[in-house]
Write a protein that binds this ligand. Structure first.
Ligand code: DQA
Length: 144
C-alpha cells in the first residue's frame, strides 16, 4: 500500500469561500474526501495536511522522506517565491507532483514562475479539484 502525503499551502484552508470566481466552491475538505475515495480504489493511503507557513511545508516534506512514498503538493503563493521549498523537494528522494486548481500559466505573469516545479516530477495545473485526483493517479502509476 503506497503512502501519499497531500500537502497544501497558504490560504487553501479558505477554499470554497475565497475568490470563488477563480477557485470555485469546492472546499479543501471536499478535496480530501474525494482523494480518500480514489485512494481506496488505488490501494493507497492518504495523509492530508494544510499549513499557512513556509516552514510548516518544509518540515512536512522533510518528515515525509522516511514515512511516505510520494507527495502531492499545492504550494499556493509560495510556488512563485520559494527557493527553500524547491531545495526541500530536491533534498528528499521521494517523487513530488505540484498541483494547482487554477491554470497558473493563464493568469498574471508573476504566477507563471514555479520554483518547486523545477524539483518535481511534474505539474498539473488548471483542473480544479481534478488536478489533485489526476496527480494521485499519476503518482501511483509512477511508483509502480
Ligand atoms: C494556486 C495558484 C497560486 O498562484 C495561488 O497563489 C494560490 C492557489 C492554485 O491552486 O491555483 O493560492 O496554487
Amino acid at each position: 500500500m503506497k503512502k501519499i502525503l497531500v500537502l497544501n499551502g497558504p490560504n487553501l484552508n479558505l477554499l470554497g469561500e475565497r475568490e470563488t470566481q477563480v477557485y470555485g466552491k469546492t472546499t479543501l475538505n471536499d478535496i480530501k474526501t474525494e482523494l480518500n475515495c480514489l485512494a481506496n480504489e488505488l490501494h493507497a493511503e492518504i495523509q492530508f495536511f494544510q499549513t499557512n507557513s513556509e516552514s510548516g511545508l518544509i518540515d512536512a516534506i522533510h518528515n515525509a522522506k522516511d514515512t511516505c512514498d510520494g507527495i502531492i503538493l499545492n504550494p499556493a503563493a509560495f510556488t512563485h517565491t520559494s527557493i527553500a521549498l524547491m531545495d526541500a523537494i530536491a533534498a528528499v528522494k521521494i517523487p513530488v507532483i505540484e498541483v494547482h486548481l487554477s491554470n497558473i500559466h493563464a493568469r498574471e505573469d508573476f504566477r507563471h514562475v514555479s520554483y518547486p516545479a523545477r524539483a518535481c516530477i511534474g505539474q498539473i495545473s488548471g483542473f480544479g479539484k481534478n488536478s489533485y485526483t489526476l496527480a494521485l493517479r499519476a503518482l501511483i502509476d509512477f511508483l509502480h
